[in-house]
Design a protein around this ligand. Structure first.
Ligand SMILES: *Cc1c(COP(=O)(O)O)cnc(C)c1O
Length: 364
């Protein structure tokens, strides 16, 4: 019997049902379902929350990444520096623009892009960098931005796992030239369907993003560029406005669970997440490492505890990137072999986190 779910989106609805139901009815009765008052209001509220100058709703996180890259003029012949260990969407967005992926190995302790590896990865065609704030902890942005400035590179952060996380007191979404967010239901700020957004500093880029995501049109039936359709819809925007109000509170619930894990597991053989002193992560995932993870996963499962693996296979070893499978990316490969994600989320209580700790200690 499952005692502790890895993710519980049903709990989210039950907890917020009274306000979600009112919002759904309001949207249905408005008779306006695409690019209306809810999307406009959410974009404004999310820009205010992050402190970004501009926010543009999109259809999902993958589209957010692609739209931002295309708006920055990234395309065939360009090289983009991308983490070797990330969810495959980061890679796919680059591939969809026609640009080439240049994988950059992470810092093993934090799983985030290692700024020290950028110089060596540079080519004469490099145009952009995509640092990912993996598992909810910001990447080390100051040296990345300094490197980008010195080489005139566009910096798009993949903030799909990092809504509300802070780097040196600055909110993710404002750390590069643009940031891509996903509102997939399982994310820290999750919708009840697909959704995404981009935050951007620069007005010209923001307008381009808006245009490309709306059929290349900024004026009805005038199409000056080849665009596609990727828009946040009114219903999801209305739901996200409710979720945004409680995002900080729910991120704190995650932090409380993470604190219990960090304290309770420190004398086990598990490699625990390392939090840099300048980072305030939002614990989208709580990822530990161990050799021979299958035994631990089975033990937890038999005790009613669900776990995850983020991710089991590095992008360059996926069939989709078989032409890159010869690359040697040993840090990424080791990470993918050894990681286990413990359950974490606003649905969990302190008692449940203690139970996870005790069950793990029982195993070792
Ligand atoms: C979820 C995620 C995405 C993609 O978001 P979708 O909304 O599912 O398209 C991109 N990058 C990272 C790091 C993610 O975790």
């Amino acid at each position: 019997m499952t005692k502790i779910k890895f993710l519980d989106v049903g709990w989210t609805y039950t907890t917020l049902a009274s306000s979600l139901d009112v919002a759904a009815k309001r949207v249905l009765e408005s008779g306006w379902y695409i690019l209306g008052a809810e999307v406009k209001a959410f974009e404004k509220e999310f820009a205010t929350y992050t402190g970004a100058n501009h926010c543009i709703g999109t259809g999902n996180g993958l589209d957010s990444l692609e739209l931002a890259l295309r708006a920055a003029g990234i395309g065939p012949g360009d090289d983009v520096l991308v983490p070797s260990n990330t969810y495959i969407a980061t890679w796919l967005a680059v591939t969809r623009t026609g640009a080439n992926i240049v994988p950059v190995e992470p810092i093993e302790a934090t799983y985030n892009m290692n700024p020290a590896n950028l110089e060596q990865a540079m080519t004469k065609n490099t145009k952009a960098i995509i640092p990912v704030h993996l598992y909810g902890q910001p990447a080390d942005m100051d040296p990345i931005m300094a490197f980008a400035e010195a080489n005139s590179l566009f910096v798009l952060t993949d903030a799909a796992q990092a809504h509300g996380s802070l780097y040196k007191g600055r909110m993710s979404g404002t750390l590069g030239h643009a940031a891509a967010f996903s509102f997939y239901p399982g994310k820290n700020l999750g919708a009840f369907g697909d959704g995404g957004a981009i935050t951007a500093t620069d007005e010209t880029i923001a307008e381009k993003i808006r245009t490309i995501g709306n059929y290349g049109s900024s004026e009805k039936y005038v199409h000056d560029s080849l665009g596609f359709n990727s828009r946040l819809d009114e219903m999801q925007a209305a739901f996200l406005r409710i979720k945004l109000e409680i995002l900080d509170d729910w991120n704190w619930r995650r932090r409380n669970i993470a604190d219990i894990y960090l304290k309770g597991l420190k004398d086990t053989p598990l490699v625990l997440p390392v939090v840099e002193e300048w980072a305030q992560p939002v614990w989208h995932l709580f990822v530990v490492r161990c050799e021979g993870r299958e035994g631990l996963i089975t033990h937890l499962k038999e005790s009613g505890i669900e776990t995850g693996i983020h991710y089991p296979t590095p992008p360059h070893k996926q069939g989709a990137y078989r032409h890159m499978s010869h690359l040697s990316l040993p840090i990424s490969e080791a990470i993918h072999r050894e990681v286990v994600s413990l359950p974490i989320g606003p649905h969990m209580t302190a008692e449940q986190a203690e139970y996870v700790v005790n069950t793990i200690k029982e195993f070792y």
